[in-house]
Design a protein around this ligand. Structure first.
Ligand SMILES: [Zn+2]
Length: 230
């Protein structure tokens, strides 16, 4: 192989190595924490919090209703007792009792709605728990396959690393230096129909001649990459 072709072969191995590392990282994080399980667990926590919030509100509303009920009963008793004879006072008390009755009825109505909300929230907790269980089961089922893929990739990575080291050793020093000086990625570009396939600028005829000979390293005049004929 010509020096530029050796560089291209090396570059392909380096790219494969990077892909494998990314994929290994993805699989490892998937095995550490399955996003579907984490998502279902977060939804369950939220549903529980909502249900607990409603339970607390119901308890609070029970207490308030009890206080208001006691107050209403005592006022009603007072009204019926016949002890109050002053018509103005009687009228005031009567108005107060009417008012207490109406707000008590409103509170009962609100409590019923809250109880319905509470039932729905409990149902949502049950459903969210089922989703968590399902996600955990799926994750456990998928795990052996993911572990298998991970192992295969780790094996391939070891092989690719060895191959890329061997490929690098084969490249003449001048070509290696040319490759290492390039700061753009990827450093090697293929040429097809007189065009650099990365930046799409036409290669000069002298550049094409040198490429056909293949003895020296030719750079793209536009992007500076090492060129190689396909
Ligand atoms: Zn170029």
């Amino acid at each position: 192989m010509k020096p530029a072709q050796l560089l291209l072969a090396y570059q392909r191995l380096v790219e494969r190595e990077r892909e494998l590392r990314d994929e290994i990282e993805r699989l490892e994080s998937l095995l550490a924490s399955d996003p579907n399980v984490a998502h279902a667990e977060a939804a369950l926590a939220e549903a529980r919090e909502r249900s607990q919030g409603i339970t607390l509100r119901l308890r609070e509303s029970d207490r308030e209703r009890e206080t208001h009920r006691t107050k209403l009963r005592s006022r009603e008793k007072e009204l019926m007792s016949g002890r109050i004879r002053n018509p103005t006072e009687l009228m005031q008390l009567n108005t107060e009792v009417q008012h207490l009755r109406s707000s008590f009825a409103d509170e009962e109505e609100a409590e019923l709605r809250l109880m319905e909300e509470g039932e729905l929230a409990e149902q949502a907790v049950v459903e969210a728990s089922e989703l968590v269980q399902g996600a955990r089961e799926r994750s456990a089922n998928d795990e052996p396959q993911l572990r298998g893929e991970l192992e295969a990739m780790q094996t391939e990575l070891a092989a690719v690393k060895a191959d890329s080291e061997a490929a690098w050793a084969e490249i003449p020093a001048a070509a290696r230096n040319a490759y290492l000086r390039i700061r753009v990625h990827p450093p090697v570009a293929e040429v097809d129909r007189n065009q650099c396939l990365v930046c799409h600028v036409t290669v000069t005829s002298s550049g094409m001649q040198a490429l056909r000979k293949g003895e020296e390293i030719v750079h793209c005049e536009n992007c500076g990459r090492v060129l190689v004929l396909v």
